[in-house]
Design a protein around this ligand. Structure first.
Ligand code: PMP
Length: 356
């Protein structure tokens, strides 16, 4: 007799819906916070030239020393901090939570709404998860956070800075208070650092429980899947044990190194995206049926009446954004648009005017 699915999986896993990635073929794709710009042809040629020399028959460097040295300069990682690499920062969240697996009383905490993977992966691993509601303006409810931290004594607190999907930066003093009062680790998820231009990276040495996580995805390398976590050596050393030895493949290692040697290209692109974000925000704010929220990231959250209808009418016009209405709570009526090229943003605004 073989096991049934019910014998095999926990009910939470059976009830789970697989992560849904919307079909985007032929559409203006403004749903996933990607950088819309590609590379100049000479850069692509130089990159291909380097790829040719990679011995694909060999495993990648397990420590990725060369890549880490480049990342250290790129993200201004302090000398005293260590680096853990992940196949995207998604995998780093998984590694962090894997460290708690099997602890029946371990609690993970984050303000909500926020990046869904913190809750999701905690659930997969059967860890307790406490979501503390943000204020109506999406700022941290510091009193509620401190109360929950004192009550549940979380092993890990995740703070996305800027927050996804709301786009705002939490107040620095509130974050410092949370780091001070949390008995466990505080992971500042700075996935959108290239657009926020602020970071807690230089504060790593000041605390024993602060870890800072970044990714190359939003910079313009989402396809490579490279995230990194930085923090005190004592913590990173333990987490390293939970990382699969060859999680960063040779193509990613070399391509990320190559790309960061040509950093100016990405700096120009992200500056352009930040400028596009300001124009898009101003245009959205002019629309009386739209409530747009200021953003320090490469996307803008906005609220409309009939979000489901507006989302669908945008889709019918070939523009794909993200519908957050079903999440409920503070996200009722909310849609999220990624900042695209100036042309894409204009096409989105035209489609939106027709859809409202
Ligand atoms: N953190 C936040 C806040 C995000 O929004 C995302 C992606 N949307 C990630 C982490 C994961 O990014 P990646 O796995 O591409 O590094």
């Amino acid at each position: 007799m073989t096991f049934s699915l019910e014998d095999f999986f926990r009910p939470e896993i059976l009830a789970e819906r697989a992560y849904h990635v919307a079909k985007a073929d032929g559409m203006i794709k403004l749903d996933a916070m990607e950088n819309p710009y590609t590379w100049p042809e000479d850069l692509t040629q130089a990159w291909i030239g380097q790829l040719r020399q990679i011995p694909l028959n060999r495993y990648p460097s397990p420590s990725a020393h060369a890549l880490k040295a480049v990342l250290r300069r790129y993200a201004q990682i302090p000398d005293e901090a260590e680096i853990l690499l992940g196949n995207g920062s998604d995998e780093i969240i998984q590694i962090l939570l894997l460290g708690l697996a099997g602890q029946t009383d371990a609690v993970v905490l984050a303000p909500e709404p926020t990046f869904v993977m913190y809750r999701q992966i905690a659930k997969w691993l059967n860890l307790g998860f406490i979501g503390v509601p943000l204020n109506c303006d999406f700022s941290l409810n510091l009193q509620a956070m401190l109360k929950a931290i004192a009550r549940y004594r979380p092993k890990i607190v995740f703070l996305a800075y800027p927050n996804n999907p709301t786009g705002n930066l939490f107040e620095e003093t509130a974050i410092l208070t949370i780091i001070d009062r949390t008995p466990g680790l505080v992971v500042l998820d700075e996935a959108y650092a290239p657009f926020a231009q602020v970071s807690f990276m230089d504060r790593i040495g000041q605390f024993t429980n602060l870890l800072v996580m970044q990714t190359l995805s939003k910079l313009g390398l989402a396809g490579l899947r490279l995230g990194f976590l930085t923090g005190p050596k004592t913590w990173i050393e333990q987490l390293e044990k939970l990382r699969l030895p060859y999680n960063i493949n040779v193509l990613t290692q070399l391509s990320a190194e190559f790309a960061l040697h040509h950093r100016a290209v990405f700096d120009q692109q992200t500056a352009r995206i930040r400028a596009n974000r300001e124009s898009l925000f101003q245009e959205l704010s002019k629309l009386p049926q739209v409530q747009a929220f200021p953003s320090a990231a490469n996307f803008i959250l906005f609220r409309v009446n009939d979000a489901d209808g507006v989302f669908e009418r945008l889709r019918q016009q070939g523009v794909l954004i993200k519908n957050l209405n079903q999440e409920g709570g503070l996200l009722c009526g909310c849609l999220r648009v990624t900042v695209g090229t100036a042309e894409e943003n204009q096409a989105f605004l035209r489609a939106l005017s027709a859809a409202l």
